[in-house]
Design a protein around this ligand. Sequence first.
Ligand SMILES: Cc1cc2nc3c(=O)[nH]c(=O)nc-3n(C[C@H](O)[C@H](O)[C@H](O)COP(=O)(O)OP(=O)(O)OC[C@H]3O[C@@H](n4cnc5c(N)ncnc54)[C@H](O)[C@@H]3O)c2cc1C
Length: 453
Amino acid sequence: MMKTLIIYWFRHDLRVSDNLALNHACDLACELDAELLPVFCHTTAYGCLRTTQTIWGFARMSSHRQAFLLDTLVDLRQQLSSYQLELLELDGELCEQTDFFAYVAKHYDDVRFVCEDIAAPEEIAQRKGLQDLGFSVQAIWQSTMLNPDDFEFELIEMPDQFTAFRHKVEAARYTVRAPVPTQLARLQTLPSSTMQQLILHFGAKRIGEKHALTHDQRSSFPYWESAFQGGSRSAMQHLANYFSTDLAHSYKQTRNQLSGVDFSTKFSPWLASGALSAPQIIHALQNFEQTHGKSDSSYWIWFELLWRDYFRFLHRKYGAQLYRPSGLCKTPIELPAFDPARFHQWTHAATGDALIDAAMCELRMTGYVSNRQRQQVASYWLHELAGDWRVGAAWFESQLLDCDVYSNQGNWLYLAGLGTDPRGYLGGRWFDPQKQAKQHDADGRYRRLWNML
Ligand SMILES: Cc1cc2nc3c(=O)[nH]c(=O)nc-3n(C[C@H](O)[C@H](O)[C@H](O)COP(=O)(O)OP(=O)(O)OC[C@H]3O[C@@H](n4cnc5c(N)ncnc54)[C@H](O)[C@@H]3O)c2cc1C
């Protein structure tokens, strides 16, 4: 009898519920009477087993990020095990797993991959690497709040400016799909002994213990506490907790604050790892609005998630152009040479500007910093320290618990004036550190919290 294996490749969608791509893999497995194997790859860019250095000499993934991912994977494994599935964790890029492929080819007649679609160059190359080996890979778009297939325009024609995009989308009143339950319970073909052997043989040695990290109690996202841990369980609990309060009605007024666990939603680390989906948030938001009424503030949560979508759609439109040194700028830009001393000042909170140093200290110590402070430190790096925007983006990628390739690249390009902003390179978006300190930390509380005053 023909043996078919469907490999579900988890990427930045580390959840079981509301996972359209995983549901598709289930459908396929049911239809073909196939076994389903969930796989996650610890790559040097995204994994707990090892990391690589950037060309500027720092780890691509900090220990904070690794610890959060580790918890996310523990949670994912538990969820899968309730459907008798075991997550196979591979050490390295999927397309480099030659022995694994030889094994599956020996034991299965047909092997197919399903995964979420990611429109960023590194992730596109990962998928292409697999396709170049001759595998069928079905990639399903699922990481946005809005479904681009609903748009009456092609993404290639989407307005470049956020405001124009937002107006278009608002006018059309696109709805957000309801979250979908997992289909894993439908699976008929349980893992065979071949698959058990395969997991035993190729499963990467798991890290049982986290790195010895100092937990800074000043964190605005204390990920080591159960309420903020990686994984869907904590994410769903946090979502429920957030909307059981009135915080959504004051969100717009508080979101520019600098510190604390509830001045903003804190959905981002779970969204970035995929433990939580944007439709799950919107569904909870709509339930909240039904019982507690709508407000400008509660609408603003949708609005901010639209920024997230916008950067994703820009990736679909412009692809690798967003990764050129000059971004979307038509003329080449000469970027400043890397100055290790200045970079050290910035990353080690030694610029001498108390507000900037406080934020850079918070980022390094905790892996999270508010949106306002991200804007300020990015502006400081670009304008005051005359830094290369790509180095700043890479440092954020390394440090942020919520590192998301689209939002990080998009925001850095936007601030550097190399995205869709018509003002051009460093033409706008300068944040005056002194004015910002007066406006957002008049009493010095934030700077004192990080011992900078
Ligand atoms: C230079 C720079 C780099 C950034 N890098 C990242 C990143 O790697 N990952 C990331 O998730 N966000 C990034 N952001 C956006 C934003 O700072 C964070 O999403 C936000 O601070 C996360 O906290 P929160 O969930 O409490 O946000 P909230 O204010 O509660 O917002 C709710 C959600 O809306 C989305 N959102 C809010 N602001 C933005 C924005 N400017 N761009 C895109 N989405 C947004 C996020 O998904 C967020 O979780 C970056 C911003 C800047 C200025």
